[in-house]
Design a protein around this ligand. Structure first.
Ligand SMILES: *[C@@H]1O[C@H](CO)[C@@H](O)[C@H](O)[C@H]1NC(C)=O
Ligand SMILES: *[C@@H]1O[C@H](CO)[C@@H](O)[C@H](O)[C@H]1NC(C)=O
Ligand SMILES: *[C@@H]1O[C@H](CO)[C@@H](O)[C@H](O)[C@H]1NC(C)=O
Length: 364
């Protein structure tokens, strides 16, 4: 069964029918339907809206906008973090380069720069920026920034929620939409970044968002993908509950997971490795932000990309980005060591490349 595309269309069609009926029944004037971020923060984190300078002007970019010299503290922005930041980011890139060279991890750290990867990367030509999308780290906010910078809308508030992810309309093209030579040129010259977080906490977040709460209009996760995983990976055949974290872990840790991945289509972006999404060993990214330190990393990225005078990142509600060990332990507490080890074996590349500690409390 060609699940991904079919089910998308199927559900969209069904939704369209209901919507038409709905329109007849209720005066549409009284209703404002708000779409939620399909990959960003959930509703409780909605205050995390970026504020952009209303008018985007032409900016002259300095030649060497990636060089840390730019970050010499000025009197105004003098803070410990600001001095340390360039060093932190240089160390991250150094670690990445070293792990990429580690032949023992080669299969877990390398991937082809395929159409799947090029589909993940968004292009801001006006400011020469490439952004690789990695769900569950506030990507929608970054996309909005880039949409405004590209000029399709003059402020973040003006972007309708349903347009943020509609790349036909929002003026934020995917890198895959360019010709080979245009792609190569951009990969070579542009400022490139993406955001990561602890790999296991990310999987918990994806599981909760897609299979437990599923607050957005994405019924295919529960009604098509979850049954597909349960059919193949549920241990207890008499158990009839919806997808459990254990089923999910067994699917992800299965060396033959690709068989199902193909059927799920692009929906797998929520749980495949960062390596598979962004090809960090093949593409030389300028900065890799960490969700855990987004408070420091977001302004750093804006500055490194040369757009900090055009946009700013709002105050992030306290506690939202902190790694929660208790939560991770709780989710993995009922799961067999064998399944956890298999899961780690698949995600080890992500742990090592981005400096996340091996979760020994789960493995031993
Ligand atoms: C890497 O993958 C190749 C091809 O799939 C396989 O032959 C090889 O044994 C793998 N190497 C490691 C270290 O797992
Ligand atoms: C399997 O699931 C059923 C239904 O929830 C439960 O009654 C039974 O105890 C479970 N069996 C095992 C071995 O966990
Ligand atoms: C961590 O997660 C646990 C379990 O989900 C929760 O009860 C606790 O409040 C969380 N701690 C923080 C600091 O968010």
């Amino acid at each position: 069964w060609l699940m991904s595309d079919n089910m998308h269309h199927q559900w969209l069609l069904l939704a369209a029918c209901f919507w038409v009926i709905f329109m007849f029944m209720v005066a549409s004037k009284f209703i404002t339907l708000t779409f939620k971020d399909p990959d960003g923060y959930s509703a409780k984190q909605e205050p995390l809206i970026l504020t952009a300078v209303t008018k985007v002007e032409e900016v002259h970019l300095p030649e060497n906008k990636y060089w840390p010299e730019k970050f010499q503290p000025t009197g105004k922005a003098f803070s410990g973090n600001l001095i340390r930041q360039p060093l932190v980011h240089m160390e991250r890139l150094e670690l990445l380069r070293n792990v990429c060279r580690d032949t023992a991890l080669r299969n877990l750290s390398h991937t082809a720069v395929s159409k799947f990867v090029l589909d993940r990367i968004f292009v801001c030509d006006k400011h020469k920026i490439l952004f690789c999308q990695t769900p569950k780290v506030g990507n929608t906010q970054w996309k909005k920034v880039l949409i405004v910078l590209n000029g399709a809308f003059s402020s973040i508030e003006e972007i309708p929620e349903n347009v943020v992810h509609d790349h036909e309309k929002n003026g934020l093209p995917r890198l895959s939409s360019f010709s080979d030579s245009e792609i190569r040129k951009r990969l070579n010259l542009y400022f490139k970044f993406f955001i990561v977080r602890d790999p296991f906490e990310r999987l918990i977040s994806a599981f909760k968002d897609k299979f437990v709460h599923n607050p957005r209009f994405e019924p295919w996760y529960r009604h098509e993908i979850a049954p597909g995983i349960i059919r193949k990976y549920r241990k207890n055949r008499t158990e009839t509950k919806g997808l459990q974290f254990e089923d999910f872990v067994r699917y992800l840790g299965d060396p033959n997971h690709r068989w199902l991945d193909v059927q799920f289509g692009d929906h797998i972006i929520h749980w495949v490795t960062y390596v598979e999404l962004c090809a960090p060993c093949e593409i030389t990214y300028s900065v890799i932000g960490h969700h855990e330190t987004l408070e420091d990393d977001a302004p750093y990225i804006l500055k490194a990309a040369g757009i900090d005078h055009l946009v700013s990142y709002p105050t992030i509600p306290p506690g939202i980005t902190v790694y929660n060990r208790t939560k991770v332990e709780r989710y993995f507490s009922g799961i067999s060591k064998r399944d956890i080890r298999r899961l780690y074996a698949r995600f080890e590349g992500d742990f090592k490349l981005f400096g996340y500690q091996e979760p020994d409390f789960l493995l031993n």
